[in-house]
Design a protein around this ligand. Structure first.
Ligand code: ACO
Length: 431
């Protein structure tokens, strides 16, 4: 925890309270209100946590104004350009970039945990064929606590480590199985001679009847999608994981909670919603109509893939993702596909419109990720599961950081109660 170097004075009914202020290594100062209720008998009010730091962390830093995203201090564009997903996983989990030997050992540990307990296959088969893969993932990941009893004791550092590796390793297998099940194809088992992204593509697209060769450009694009989604400090799903974990819940249950939160269209579900929106727009001549709807206060419609709680200039991940989109679409020869044209024109039209500029609404990472994933052959329902695969390392890193904190307290927000005060029960015949 940082040392307090300054303080603020708060006056309530003429009485003054000193509140310590901490200066972080980067970002705005933080006012410590932890003793406020005990001293002054008041709560603070911040629904949506727009001004509240829920924890201290050393993992990821975002400067929304500058469009900066750092993992352990390293800028995301450098990591996406020079590194690869499993190396970034190591960085997030352990705090430093690995040496060659450390990376080899880490990759081997992940690779050797990619298979699922065979009995879990029955679990997939219990779902309806038309289940959304995110529903399957919430269920199956939660169910891992029933299959891996030897890694649920959170007080044991070794078990925490095994659970972390298991989750990162098995998540692609779970997502691929969820997909295969919904399209009625046999599950494809992982192969240890393939890298993380190639293995995932193969488990999704191979069929036993044919040879499947992973295209290295697609595999690099997949790896980049994973890298760009790996962590994003205290976003909604990560905060959900931290809140679930604060009660002492096991890691598989906590990550299942994170997956559930990620599913929503305001968060990870935006990539699916964005592509569905582009398909609904269909042709460039309809763009003005949708821009007008997004600006209409009485219409709940929003431009999906636009806007971000923290980024108010540009999303640095979107820049890299756009480059990947161009590369993949050129390779696949679909760079003149109508949906891409709609996306490009929509982006240009929104960026030129004062409504979006004034509200600092820019394309976020999910504006482009769906376009790449669709070109690769994924259905929209798989977009958010892919995000979940990528974000697992972020959730796990934040979870590990949280539970190794000796000061850990259960997360228990307060409220501004506006309901009835105490009143007597009235019998049903008198109502
Ligand atoms: N289209 C049109 N208007 C928008 C959009 C949008 N995509 N996003 C925000 N606005 C407007 C709001 O109507 C609001 O206008 P007002 O001040 O006149 O009422 C203003 O911009 C601020 O919006 P908030 O919802 O208060 O901003 P917040 O920071 O809470 O929301 C969010 C951020 C949820 C991402 C929002 O921009 C949104 O819904 N975007 C679309 C969904 C999306 O792409 N989500 C992905 C986020 S990135 C990720 O999870 C990887």
């Amino acid at each position: 925890m940082a040392e307090s170097t300054k303080s603020a004075k708060l006056t309530i009914d003429g009485k003054e309270y000193d509140l310590p202020i901490y200066s972080p290594t980067a970002g705005p100062d933080v006012l410590d209100i932890r003793k406020l209720y005990a001293q002054a008998g008041v709560f603070t009010y911040d629904p949506g946590f727009t001004s509240t730091a829920s924890c201290d962390s050393t993992i990821t830093f975002i400067d929304g104004g500058a469009g900066e995203l750092l993992h352990r201090g390293y800028p995301i564009d450098q990591l996406a350009g020079k590194s690869h997903y499993l190396e970034v996983c190591y960085l997030l989990l352990y705090g430093e970039l690995p040496s060659p030997a450390q990376l080899e050992d880490f990759e081997s540990r992940v690779t050797n945990h990619t298979m699922l307990h065979e009995q879990m296959m029955n679990f997939f088969r219990g779902f309806r064929r038309d289940a959304h893969p995110m529903a399957v993932m919430v269920g199956v990941v939660g169910a891992m606590s029933a299959f891996y009893h030897d890694s649920t004791d959170i007080t044991d550092p070794w078990q925490r480590e095994v659970a972390s590796i298991r989750l990162i390793a098995k998540m692609p297998t779970i997502a691929a199985n969820a997909y295969k099940y919904t399209i009625g194809q046999p599950f494809i088992y992982p192969r240890n001679d393939l890298d993380y992204a190639s293995n995932f593509l193969r488990m999704c697209f191979a069929v036993p009847a044919e040879d499947y060769q992973v295209n290295p450009i697609l595999s690099r694009a997949m790896d980049r999608i994973f890298t760009l989604h790996a962590d994003h400090e205290q976003n909604a799903s990560t905060s959900t994981v931290r809140l679930a974990s604060s009660s002492g819940a096991n890691p598989f249950a906590c990550i299942a909670a994170g997956i559930a939160c990620l599913w929503g269209p305001a968060h990870g579900g935006a990539n699916q919603a964005c592509l569905e929106m582009l398909n609904e727009i269909g042709t460039v001549d309809r763009i003005p109509e949708f821009i007008a709807r997004a600006k209409d206060k009485d219409d709940p419609f929003r431009l999906m893939g636009f806007g971000h709680r923290v980024y108010k200039n540009f999303d640095p991940r979107a820049k890299v993702m756009k480059e990947s989109a161009d590369e993949v679409l050129e390779l696949l020869g679909v760079d003149n596909n109508p949906i891409l044209q709609v996306a490009k024109e929509l982006e240009a039209a929104a960026l030129a419109d004062p409504y979006f500029a004034d509200k600092k609404l820019f394309p976020n990472v999910d504006f482009y990720s769906g376009i790449i994933l669709e070109a690769m052959g994924f259905p929209t329902s798989m977009f958010t599961p892919i995000f979940a695969v990528a974000r697992t390392v972020g959730w796990i890193s934040q979870w590990k950081e949280q539970i190794s904190d000796p000061q850990l307290k259960i997360g228990r927000p307060r409220q501004l109660y506006l309901g009835e005060t105490a009143r007597d029960y009235s019998d049903i015949e008198n109502r």
